[in-house]
Write a protein that binds this ligand. Structure first.
Ligand code: MN
Length: 279
């Protein structure tokens, strides 16, 4: 079994999106455009309402899946399929935009701490124009593994007896939210076919067996391919482990649209302007 090591340590870039929501972008920048099948990873969060109050007013998407994980705070979402709801702390919204969706994501809070993540997962060409669909996962329905050393919340994949609600997905995703105690270890087996990453939320960790530069707080760690992952807590630490099978298709980006060719991006822009975007 091959040990998984650190391939690259990336400090996120401060960015803003929507109507001025401040965030830290770690995938989808000049440092790393994508990590197939992952196209974007944002950590949004602030205790200051001015950093998030503008929210994300109505905007379109095509060709991707957006996975929103709320750690704290509340968001109201609404979309062109007629779906509407409130996301609370610990909830996940896994949306397959398919051929087209227009949605808004607005804070349902005027004070307090907002903290969460949005991950974009690419869709293969054969699914890009599918009907939009989404899976809403209430925090209460998520399975958690707990022992003296760690707590593992399973959004996708399986850890011990705990299993995530995302099943039969083409990239076979793993999405775990992990908390380890100081000087304790988290070990996990991944398929060698997958591309994987860790997003450290807080604390300091050591990944794999080889030496690497210090990894502390909000940091993206791109992992090498392999089977055996070992993460040790140099302090008490919180991190996400995200992994998926690469799609290996050409990627053409156009803001909220991600397709295979430039022509398909132009078509998305045209459809949106012509009002024929949502089927
Ligand atoms: Mn969106």
């Amino acid at each position: 079994m091959k040990q998984i090591e650190v391939e690259k340590i990336i400090v996120p870039i401060a960015a803003s999106d929507g109507a001025g929501v401040k965030l830290k972008r770690s995938i989808g920048t000049h440092l790393i455009d994508y990590h197939d099948p992952f196209l974007m990873l944002d950590e949004f969060g602030s205790e200051n309402k001015d950093d998030y109050i503008g929210g994300f007013p109505p905007h379109p998407h095509r060709g991707i899946e957006t996975v929103t994980y709320m750690l704290s705070g509340e968001f109201e979402h609404e979309d062109s399929t007629g779906a509407k709801g409130r996301m609370s702390s610990g909830d996940v919204q896994w949306m397959k935009t398919g051929g087209g969706i227009i949605h808004s994501e607005m804070p349902a809070m005027t004070e307090g701490k907002l903290h969460g993540f949005q991950l974009w997962v690419n869709m293969p060409a054969k699914f890009k124009m599918n009907k939009p669909e989404y899976i809403y996962i209430d925090a209460k329905e998520m399975q958690i593994h707990k022992d003296d050393d760690k707590k593992v919340k399973v959004i996708a994949g399986k850890f011990g007896e705990a299993e995530g609600p995302i099943k039969g997905h083409n990239v076979e995703p793993v999405y775990l939210d992990i908390e380890i105690e100081k000087e304790k270890e988290f070990t996990f087996n991944l398929p060698s076919t997958h591309n994987s990453l860790i997003y450290l939320i807080e604390g300091e960790v050591k990944v794999g067996e080889q030496n690497h530069n210090p990894i502390k707080d909000s940091t993206l760690i791109i992992l090498t391919r392999g089977e055996e992952l070992k993460v040790s807590g140099l302090t008490k630490a919180k991190f996400l482990l995200i992994s998926g099978k690469p799609i290996r298709e050409p990627i053409a980006r156009g803001g909220p649209f991600v397709m295979n060719t430039k022509e398909e991006i132009l078509k998305a822009v045209q459809d949106y302007h012509n009002g024929t975007f949502v089927k």
